[in-house]
Design a protein around this ligand. Structure first.
Ligand code: SF4
Length: 102
């Protein structure tokens, strides 16, 4: 009787672990899709005519969407546009940072 109880519990435990493993494996493609969707949320550089140089004195490090890199001259990222972004780049989605009041 005692042995049967232990055997039943270990079988249940094994089934539970197997079900959790299968659920985890099934979730992997979903996680990949979510990750791709997040990357796809950003615009392609060509869609916003991104260029690696400023235009009319406007550049990425003066844009609200710019996320600076490790140093002021390092490549950063953009909240809207995919890929590495030059602090001195520019695109059609340029949104100037609000001017600091003095
Ligand atoms: S929106 Fe355009 S201009 Fe602004 S940081 Fe991103 S790439 Fe640069």
């Amino acid at each position: 009787m005692h042995d049967n109880l232990i055997e039943t519990n270990s079988r249940r435990s094994l089934l539970k672990k197997t079900a959790m493993f299968i659920a985890g494996m099934a979730a992997l493609p979903l996680l990949k899709t979510i990750r791709n969707a997040r990357a796809a949320d950003k615009l392609e550089k060509t869609a916003v005519k991104y260029q690696d140089k400023p235009k009319d004195g406007k550049d990425c490090d003066d844009c609200m969407q710019f996320v600076a890199g490790a140093t002021p001259k390092a490549m950063g990222t953009c909240k809207m546009v995919e890929g590495a972004i030059s602090p001195h780049g520019y695109c059609a989605a340029f949104t100037p940072k609000p001017k600091k009041s003095t």
